[in-house]
Design a protein around this ligand. Sequence first.
Ligand SMILES: [Fe+2]
Length: 342
Amino acid sequence: MQNVLTFSLSIFLMVFTQQISVAQPIHQMPTLGYSYDALEPYIDGQTMEIHFSKHHQAYLTNLNKALNGTKAEKLPLELLLLGAERRGAAIRNNGGGHYNHTLFWSILSPNPEKSPSGKLADDIHKTFTSVDSLKKLLNNGASTRFGSGWVWLYVTPEKKLAVCSTPNQDNPIMDAAKENRGIPILGIDVWEHAYYLKYQNKRGDYLGAIWNVIDWSKVGMLYENALKDPLLKDIEKDDWTALKEFHLVMAQTFHPMEEGKLEPIKTRSGEMLEKAQILAKSKVPTTFKSDAITKALTDLVDGSAKLDKLIKKKGKDDKIKESLTKLHDTFHVIQGLCSDDH
Ligand SMILES: [Fe+2]
Protein backbone atom coordinates (compact mmCIF):
# COMPACT_ATOMS: atom_id res chain seq x y z
CA MET A 1 0.00 0.00 0.00
CA GLN A 2 2.83 2.32 0.97
CA ASN A 3 4.53 1.54 -2.35
CA VAL A 4 1.37 2.46 -4.25
CA LEU A 5 1.12 5.76 -2.35
CA THR A 6 4.79 6.58 -2.95
CA PHE A 7 4.37 5.74 -6.65
CA SER A 8 1.24 7.97 -6.96
CA LEU A 9 2.98 10.81 -5.16
CA SER A 10 5.99 10.57 -7.51
CA ILE A 11 3.72 10.67 -10.58
CA PHE A 12 1.86 13.68 -9.15
CA LEU A 13 5.13 15.53 -8.42
CA MET A 14 6.46 14.69 -11.90
CA VAL A 15 3.36 16.09 -13.65
CA PHE A 16 3.21 19.10 -11.32
CA THR A 17 6.91 19.93 -11.86
CA GLN A 18 6.49 19.57 -15.62
CA GLN A 19 3.52 21.92 -15.54
CA ILE A 20 5.56 24.51 -13.68
CA SER A 21 8.51 24.18 -16.04
CA VAL A 22 6.37 24.70 -19.19
CA ALA A 23 4.63 27.83 -17.84
CA GLN A 24 6.79 30.19 -19.91
CA PRO A 25 5.89 33.85 -20.42
CA ILE A 26 4.27 34.39 -23.82
CA HIS A 27 6.83 37.00 -24.90
CA GLN A 28 10.24 35.54 -25.76
CA MET A 29 13.56 36.72 -27.23
CA PRO A 30 13.78 36.25 -30.99
CA THR A 31 16.61 34.31 -32.63
CA LEU A 32 19.21 36.67 -34.05
CA GLY A 33 19.90 34.59 -37.16
CA TYR A 34 23.54 35.77 -37.54
CA SER A 35 26.54 36.13 -35.23
CA TYR A 36 27.18 39.29 -33.22
CA ASP A 37 30.15 40.23 -35.44
CA ALA A 38 28.43 39.38 -38.76
CA LEU A 39 27.47 43.00 -39.48
CA GLU A 40 31.02 44.36 -39.15
CA PRO A 41 32.47 46.76 -40.12
CA TYR A 42 29.15 48.65 -40.15
CA ILE A 43 27.93 47.55 -36.72
CA ASP A 44 30.61 46.13 -34.41
CA GLY A 45 30.27 42.82 -32.58
CA GLN A 46 30.52 44.28 -29.08
CA THR A 47 27.71 46.76 -29.74
CA MET A 48 25.54 43.97 -31.18
CA GLU A 49 26.20 41.68 -28.23
CA ILE A 50 25.41 44.31 -25.59
CA HIS A 51 22.45 45.64 -27.59
CA PHE A 52 20.85 42.21 -28.03
CA SER A 53 21.78 40.33 -24.87
CA LYS A 54 21.59 43.21 -22.41
CA HIS A 55 19.36 46.04 -23.70
CA HIS A 56 16.78 43.98 -25.59
CA GLN A 57 16.81 41.26 -22.94
CA ALA A 58 16.11 43.88 -20.25
CA TYR A 59 13.07 45.22 -22.16
CA LEU A 60 11.72 41.68 -22.47
CA THR A 61 12.35 40.79 -18.82
CA ASN A 62 10.68 43.99 -17.64
CA LEU A 63 7.73 43.52 -20.01
CA ASN A 64 7.06 40.03 -18.69
CA LYS A 65 7.44 41.32 -15.13
CA ALA A 66 4.93 44.13 -15.76
CA LEU A 67 2.43 41.70 -17.33
CA ASN A 68 2.80 38.89 -14.80
CA GLY A 69 -0.58 38.04 -13.31
CA THR A 70 -2.47 40.80 -15.15
CA LYS A 71 -5.39 40.44 -17.56
CA ALA A 72 -3.14 41.67 -20.38
CA GLU A 73 -0.68 38.78 -19.88
CA LYS A 74 -2.06 36.70 -22.76
CA LEU A 75 -2.58 39.54 -25.26
CA PRO A 76 -0.48 39.49 -28.43
CA LEU A 77 2.25 42.14 -28.36
CA GLU A 78 0.69 44.23 -31.15
CA LEU A 79 -2.61 44.53 -29.24
CA LEU A 80 -0.72 45.57 -26.10
CA LEU A 81 1.04 48.29 -28.08
CA LEU A 82 -2.21 49.52 -29.62
CA GLY A 83 -3.25 50.89 -26.21
CA ALA A 84 0.29 51.49 -24.89
CA GLU A 85 -0.36 55.04 -23.69
CA ARG A 86 -3.39 53.99 -21.66
CA ARG A 87 -1.61 50.89 -20.32
CA GLY A 88 1.15 52.93 -18.67
CA ALA A 89 4.91 53.47 -18.83
CA ALA A 90 6.09 49.91 -18.04
CA ILE A 91 4.14 48.34 -20.94
CA ARG A 92 4.76 51.28 -23.28
CA ASN A 93 8.55 51.38 -22.78
CA ASN A 94 9.29 47.67 -22.44
CA GLY A 95 6.65 46.40 -24.89
CA GLY A 96 7.85 48.98 -27.39
CA GLY A 97 11.49 48.09 -26.67
CA HIS A 98 10.80 44.38 -27.28
CA TYR A 99 8.77 44.95 -30.48
CA ASN A 100 11.12 47.57 -31.96
CA HIS A 101 14.31 45.57 -31.42
CA THR A 102 12.73 42.34 -32.72
CA LEU A 103 11.83 44.21 -35.93
CA PHE A 104 15.28 45.83 -36.12
CA TRP A 105 17.23 42.52 -35.88
CA SER A 106 14.99 41.00 -38.53
CA ILE A 107 15.71 43.63 -41.19
CA LEU A 108 19.50 43.57 -40.69
CA SER A 109 21.59 41.03 -42.55
CA PRO A 110 25.24 40.32 -43.38
CA ASN A 111 24.05 39.51 -46.95
CA PRO A 112 21.36 42.10 -47.58
CA GLU A 113 19.36 42.81 -50.71
CA LYS A 114 20.70 46.34 -51.26
CA SER A 115 17.62 47.82 -52.93
CA PRO A 116 13.86 47.22 -52.83
CA SER A 117 12.07 45.33 -55.57
CA GLY A 118 8.52 44.46 -56.67
CA LYS A 119 5.53 46.25 -55.14
CA LEU A 120 7.63 47.92 -52.44
CA ALA A 121 9.96 49.47 -55.05
CA ASP A 122 6.98 50.66 -57.14
CA ASP A 123 5.20 52.20 -54.14
CA ILE A 124 8.39 53.86 -52.86
CA HIS A 125 8.81 55.50 -56.25
CA LYS A 126 5.16 56.61 -56.30
CA THR A 127 5.29 58.04 -52.76
CA PHE A 128 8.83 59.38 -52.39
CA THR A 129 9.98 59.59 -56.08
CA SER A 130 13.11 57.49 -55.38
CA VAL A 131 14.75 55.20 -52.84
CA ASP A 132 17.42 57.84 -52.29
CA SER A 133 14.89 60.50 -51.36
CA LEU A 134 13.23 58.03 -48.96
CA LYS A 135 16.63 57.32 -47.36
CA LYS A 136 17.22 61.07 -47.05
CA LEU A 137 13.86 61.51 -45.30
CA LEU A 138 14.62 58.66 -42.90
CA ASN A 139 18.15 59.88 -42.16
CA ASN A 140 16.85 63.39 -41.64
CA GLY A 141 14.19 62.13 -39.21
CA ALA A 142 16.84 60.08 -37.40
CA SER A 143 19.43 62.84 -37.13
CA THR A 144 16.91 65.44 -35.93
CA ARG A 145 15.34 63.15 -33.32
CA PHE A 146 16.33 64.85 -30.06
CA GLY A 147 17.62 62.32 -27.53
CA SER A 148 16.66 58.68 -27.93
CA GLY A 149 14.19 57.22 -30.38
CA TRP A 150 13.50 55.58 -33.69
CA VAL A 151 12.81 56.52 -37.28
CA TRP A 152 10.25 54.50 -39.23
CA LEU A 153 8.96 53.61 -42.65
CA TYR A 154 5.42 52.42 -41.97
CA VAL A 155 2.11 51.51 -43.63
CA THR A 156 -0.86 53.73 -42.72
CA PRO A 157 -4.41 52.37 -42.19
CA GLU A 158 -5.14 53.75 -45.70
CA LYS A 159 -2.35 51.42 -46.93
CA LYS A 160 0.00 54.25 -47.86
CA LEU A 161 3.74 54.36 -47.12
CA ALA A 162 4.86 57.07 -44.69
CA VAL A 163 7.87 58.17 -42.63
CA CYS A 164 7.98 59.39 -39.04
CA SER A 165 10.20 59.38 -35.99
CA THR A 166 9.12 58.57 -32.43
CA PRO A 167 10.78 59.24 -29.05
CA ASN A 168 12.07 56.59 -26.62
CA GLN A 169 10.63 53.15 -27.44
CA ASP A 170 7.38 54.37 -29.00
CA ASN A 171 6.36 53.19 -32.45
CA PRO A 172 3.56 53.85 -34.98
CA ILE A 173 1.32 51.02 -33.71
CA MET A 174 0.86 52.88 -30.42
CA ASP A 175 -1.95 55.27 -29.54
CA ALA A 176 0.91 57.54 -28.41
CA ALA A 177 1.98 58.02 -32.07
CA LYS A 178 -1.16 60.19 -32.65
CA GLU A 179 -1.25 61.21 -36.35
CA ASN A 180 1.60 58.85 -37.32
CA ARG A 181 -0.10 55.51 -36.78
CA GLY A 182 0.38 52.35 -38.79
CA ILE A 183 2.48 49.20 -39.04
CA PRO A 184 6.26 49.74 -39.16
CA ILE A 185 8.18 47.83 -41.86
CA LEU A 186 11.61 49.45 -41.40
CA GLY A 187 12.97 50.97 -38.22
CA ILE A 188 16.34 52.45 -37.33
CA ASP A 189 17.37 52.56 -33.69
CA VAL A 190 18.90 55.95 -32.88
CA TRP A 191 19.51 55.36 -29.18
CA GLU A 192 23.18 55.92 -28.35
CA HIS A 193 23.41 52.27 -27.22
CA ALA A 194 22.98 51.32 -30.92
CA TYR A 195 26.12 53.08 -32.13
CA TYR A 196 28.15 54.86 -29.42
CA LEU A 197 30.98 52.31 -28.97
CA LYS A 198 31.98 52.59 -32.64
CA TYR A 199 30.67 55.98 -33.74
CA GLN A 200 30.62 57.94 -30.43
CA ASN A 201 28.74 61.21 -31.02
CA LYS A 202 28.70 60.82 -34.82
CA ARG A 203 25.13 59.64 -35.32
CA GLY A 204 25.36 60.73 -38.98
CA ASP A 205 28.20 58.25 -39.68
CA TYR A 206 26.16 55.41 -38.14
CA LEU A 207 23.17 56.43 -40.28
CA GLY A 208 25.35 56.44 -43.38
CA ALA A 209 26.76 52.98 -42.61
CA ILE A 210 23.58 51.19 -41.60
CA TRP A 211 22.18 51.11 -45.15
CA ASN A 212 24.91 48.56 -45.96
CA VAL A 213 23.23 45.99 -43.70
CA ILE A 214 19.52 46.76 -44.20
CA ASP A 215 17.94 43.90 -46.12
CA TRP A 216 15.31 45.29 -48.50
CA SER A 217 14.00 41.82 -49.32
CA LYS A 218 12.96 41.51 -45.66
CA VAL A 219 11.41 44.99 -45.69
CA GLY A 220 9.50 43.96 -48.84
CA MET A 221 8.12 40.88 -47.06
CA LEU A 222 7.07 42.97 -44.07
CA TYR A 223 5.34 45.38 -46.48
CA GLU A 224 3.31 42.58 -48.12
CA ASN A 225 2.36 41.25 -44.66
CA ALA A 226 1.41 44.68 -43.31
CA LEU A 227 -0.90 45.38 -46.26
CA LYS A 228 -3.08 42.39 -45.33
CA ASP A 229 -2.69 42.63 -41.56
CA PRO A 230 -6.02 43.12 -39.67
CA LEU A 231 -4.01 45.25 -37.23
CA LEU A 232 -4.35 48.17 -39.69
CA LYS A 233 -8.11 48.13 -39.09
CA ASP A 234 -7.59 47.86 -35.32
CA ILE A 235 -5.35 50.93 -35.43
CA GLU A 236 -7.94 52.88 -37.41
CA LYS A 237 -10.69 51.89 -34.98
CA ASP A 238 -8.50 52.71 -31.98
CA ASP A 239 -8.05 56.16 -33.51
CA TRP A 240 -11.84 56.75 -33.65
CA THR A 241 -11.88 58.72 -30.38
CA ALA A 242 -15.61 59.49 -30.46
CA LEU A 243 -16.37 55.75 -30.58
CA LYS A 244 -14.10 55.08 -27.60
CA GLU A 245 -15.71 57.90 -25.61
CA PHE A 246 -19.25 56.65 -26.25
CA HIS A 247 -18.13 53.12 -25.41
CA LEU A 248 -16.82 54.29 -22.04
CA VAL A 249 -20.16 55.85 -20.98
CA MET A 250 -22.03 52.80 -22.28
CA ALA A 251 -19.78 50.40 -20.34
CA GLN A 252 -20.05 52.45 -17.14
CA THR A 253 -23.86 52.57 -17.25
CA PHE A 254 -24.91 49.30 -18.94
CA HIS A 255 -22.84 46.92 -16.79
CA PRO A 256 -24.08 48.35 -13.46
CA MET A 257 -27.65 48.06 -14.86
CA GLU A 258 -27.04 44.35 -15.46
CA GLU A 259 -26.31 44.11 -11.73
CA GLY A 260 -29.53 45.94 -10.91
CA LYS A 261 -27.99 49.40 -10.41
CA LEU A 262 -29.80 52.10 -12.39
CA GLU A 263 -28.20 55.10 -10.71
CA PRO A 264 -25.34 55.46 -13.24
CA ILE A 265 -27.63 55.64 -16.28
CA LYS A 266 -30.13 57.89 -14.45
CA THR A 267 -27.38 60.43 -13.78
CA ARG A 268 -25.55 60.10 -17.12
CA SER A 269 -28.25 59.78 -19.82
CA GLY A 270 -27.68 63.39 -20.91
CA GLU A 271 -23.95 62.72 -21.28
CA MET A 272 -24.73 59.53 -23.22
CA LEU A 273 -26.90 61.53 -25.67
CA GLU A 274 -24.15 64.13 -26.06
CA LYS A 275 -21.52 61.43 -26.79
CA ALA A 276 -23.86 59.75 -29.30
CA GLN A 277 -24.33 63.08 -31.12
CA ILE A 278 -20.55 63.66 -31.21
CA LEU A 279 -20.04 60.11 -32.49
CA ALA A 280 -22.64 60.52 -35.24
CA LYS A 281 -20.97 63.75 -36.39
CA SER A 282 -17.41 62.38 -36.16
CA LYS A 283 -15.35 61.38 -39.18
CA VAL A 284 -16.04 57.69 -39.76
CA PRO A 285 -12.70 55.97 -40.58
CA THR A 286 -12.54 55.20 -44.31
CA THR A 287 -12.54 51.43 -44.03
CA PHE A 288 -15.65 51.44 -41.77
CA LYS A 289 -17.80 53.60 -44.03
CA SER A 290 -20.97 51.72 -44.98
CA ASP A 291 -24.75 52.23 -45.09
CA ALA A 292 -25.12 49.87 -42.12
CA ILE A 293 -22.76 51.98 -39.95
CA THR A 294 -24.51 55.22 -41.01
CA LYS A 295 -27.91 53.76 -40.05
CA ALA A 296 -26.61 52.41 -36.72
CA LEU A 297 -25.15 55.83 -35.85
CA THR A 298 -28.52 57.52 -36.53
CA ASP A 299 -30.30 54.83 -34.44
CA LEU A 300 -27.80 55.43 -31.65
CA VAL A 301 -28.67 59.15 -31.46
CA ASP A 302 -32.43 58.43 -31.62
CA GLY A 303 -32.15 55.71 -28.97
CA SER A 304 -30.05 57.90 -26.66
CA ALA A 305 -32.53 60.80 -27.04
CA LYS A 306 -35.47 58.50 -26.17
CA LEU A 307 -33.66 57.07 -23.15
CA ASP A 308 -32.70 60.54 -21.90
CA LYS A 309 -36.30 61.75 -22.29
CA LEU A 310 -37.63 58.70 -20.45
CA ILE A 311 -35.25 59.31 -17.54
CA LYS A 312 -36.01 63.06 -17.37
CA LYS A 313 -39.75 62.20 -17.25
CA LYS A 314 -39.04 59.77 -14.39
CA GLY A 315 -40.07 56.73 -16.45
CA LYS A 316 -40.43 53.27 -14.90
CA ASP A 317 -37.27 51.24 -14.19
CA ASP A 318 -38.44 48.42 -16.47
CA LYS A 319 -38.80 50.83 -19.38
CA ILE A 320 -35.35 52.34 -18.66
CA LYS A 321 -33.78 48.85 -18.61
CA GLU A 322 -35.49 47.93 -21.87
CA SER A 323 -34.39 51.18 -23.55
CA LEU A 324 -30.75 50.90 -22.40
CA THR A 325 -30.56 47.25 -23.48
CA LYS A 326 -31.82 48.21 -26.94
CA LEU A 327 -29.28 51.02 -27.15
CA HIS A 328 -26.52 48.64 -26.09
CA ASP A 329 -27.54 46.26 -28.92
CA THR A 330 -27.43 49.15 -31.42
CA PHE A 331 -23.96 50.11 -30.20
CA HIS A 332 -22.77 46.56 -30.68
CA VAL A 333 -23.99 46.67 -34.26
CA ILE A 334 -21.33 49.37 -34.76
CA GLN A 335 -18.71 47.56 -32.68
CA GLY A 336 -19.53 44.26 -34.40
CA LEU A 337 -19.41 45.75 -37.88
CA CYS A 338 -16.10 47.35 -37.04
CA SER A 339 -14.61 44.21 -35.54
CA ASP A 340 -12.29 41.78 -37.19
CA ASP A 341 -12.38 38.07 -36.50
CA HIS A 342 -8.94 37.77 -35.02
FE1 LIG B 1 18.26 49.74 -29.06
